[in-house]
Design a protein around this ligand. Structure first.
Ligand code: ADP
Ligand code: MG
Ligand code: MG
Ligand code: MG
Ligand code: MG
Length: 443
């Protein structure tokens, strides 16, 4: 699919578009918007829209603050929901310096760079199928999110339709209008928790889709009097929200992870790639689980991974190899949560896997038993390490991993680390309700 400037001009006229939303993503994965009236269309199409980069987290210092937005025409999309002031269309942009060179602090530019390296190595696509989960909370009378869940449903529940189910259906319909191929949507294990899976696409599209998805979910939820959150663990004692990442490497039209000739029908490269993910798992955690709260999800007992291991049958380990073969042959990384910046996460995952292929790493044996029921000594004997248990430990692991650092490049690595160091320092100093409950009267 290739959309041209003329296609966009035609669409603006035919659909009576009034506003253009230029979207990009900051270091923390937050979507940023510059909205301009349609009178600016020609300027937008000519890569001439400037904005102040110094106000964006992880971008630049004041002295070089002006930046340009280069729209990716292929991301042209009309928001299907009504707006009082006419139709709104969006373009996802890449951030460039005033001299026109791509800015290496833009997470999307970085993913483009990593994908190009992959193509230079002879692969045609890195396919990604995400499974994002989220909670729906009621809005209070001031339109602020409350901590009140709106339903009592559970996994695959067919209970009478509640507000949440209606809202989720509406989200799916809007996504389909926007060209998403939704494969499944269901109530999750926890009350108020939902999952929507869309069909895999190549890495850049998938990252764009994840960002658009979050925007759509939040927008539609509000129309239903609900607040959608992708916070990994909003409530203690029930499952958190993850975003499993299914992935495969393609060469031409062929799935490079599939090999009908081996016992498992997995290719040697699939096993090397898997080994690369395991070898870099600790550093990847910093990127894939980038908030303090992410680590409240990565605990035993709630279907989230805690140990570095893989399995073909069991759903508890970090990586699962689903039974599908042929085109559907894939690895599923189960640690990722929706606070991950998808551009950074996919770039880091890809580089970790390719490092496994390049160095012909081989994984430890699959662990098909429940790792949580093993004794510590047994896990040790099986070389099963644990994932970092805090953001602090994950950042330390990232500091020690040149492959994952290189996947971000020096600029993004530094701004990511600076941002996370600040977050951790602030968290360390806070004193929680839990601590007062535990200690105030005891001591
Ligand atoms: P689960 O069994 O973990 O709940 P789902 O069926 O919900 O899995 O999601 C599977 C995801 O894997 C979908 O997004 C699907 O498009 C994706 N997928 C299927 N084949 C591939 C592939 N070859 N590469 C990457 N993703 C794939
Ligand atoms: Mg390389
Ligand atoms: Mg699923
Ligand atoms: Mg799920
Ligand atoms: Mg899954």
């Amino acid at each position: 699919k290739t959309i041209t400037a003329d296609d966009i001009r035609t669409s603006v006229k035919e659909e009576n578009v009034q506003f253009l939303r230029l979207m990009f993503t900051d270091i923390n994965g937050i979507i940023k918007n510059v909205e301009v009236p349609v009178s600016q269309l020609e300027k937008v199409l000519a890569n001439k829209m400037a904005f102040d980069g110094s106000s964006i987290d992880g971008f630049v210092r004041i002295e070089e603050s002006d930046m340009l937005l280069f729209p990716d025409f292929n991301t042209w999309l009309l928001f299907p929901w009504e707006n009082d002031h006419g139709k709104v269309a969006r373009l996802i942009c890449s951030v460039h310096r005033m001299d026109g060179t791509p800015f290496e602090g833009d997470p999307r530019n970085n993913l483009v760079r990593v994908i190009q390296d992959m193509k230079d190595d002879g692969y045609s696509a890195f396919n990604i199928g995400p499974e994002p989960e989220f909670f729906l909370f009621k809005l209070d009378e001031n339109g602020e999110p409350s901590m009140q869940l709106n339903d009592k449903g559970s996994y695959f529940d067919f209970a009478p339709l509640d507000m949440g189910e209606n809202c989720r259906r509406d989200i799916v319909l809007e996504l389909e209008k926007m060209g998403f191929e939704v494969e499944a949507s269901h109530h999750e294990v926890a009350p108020g928790q939902h999952e929507i899976d869309f069909r895999y696409t190549d890495a850049l599209d998938a990252a764009d889709h994840i960002q658009t998805f979050k925007l759509v979910v939040k927008t539609i939820a509000r129309k239903h009097g609900l607040y959608a959150t992708f916070m990994p663990k909003p409530l203690h004692g029930i499952n958190g929200s993850g975003m499993h990442i299914n992935m495969s490497l393609f060469k031409g039209e062929k799935n490079f992870f599939y090999d009908p000739e081996t016992d498992t029908q997995l290719s040697d490269s699939a096993m090397h790639f898997l080994a690369g993910l395991l070898a870099h798992a600790r550093a990847l955690t910093a990127i894939n689980n980038p908030t303090v709260n992410s680590y409240k999800r990565l605990v035993p007992g709630f279907e989230a991974p805690v140990y570095i291991a893989w399995s073909g049958t069991n759903r508890s380990p970090l990586i699962r190899v689903p039974l599908a073969r042929g085109l559907g042959t894939r690895l599923e990384l189960r640690s990722v949560d929706p606070t991950a910046n998808p551009y950074l996460a996919i770039a880091a995952i890809l580089e970790a896997g390719l490092d496994g292929i390049e160095n012909k790493l081989t994984p430890e044996e699959a662990v098909d038993r429940n790792i949580y029921r093993m004794q510590d000594s047994e896990r040790k004997a099986n070389h099963i390490q644990d994932l970092p248990s805090t953001l602090h430990n994950a950042i330390k692991a990232l500091e020690d991993d040149p492959v994952v650092k290189a996947a971000l490049g020096p600029h993004l690595y530094q701004s990511f680390k600076d941002s996370k160091d600040l977050e951790w320092a602030a968290y360390r100093q806070s004193v929680s309700e839990w601590e007062r409950d535990q200690y105030l009267e005891l001591y």
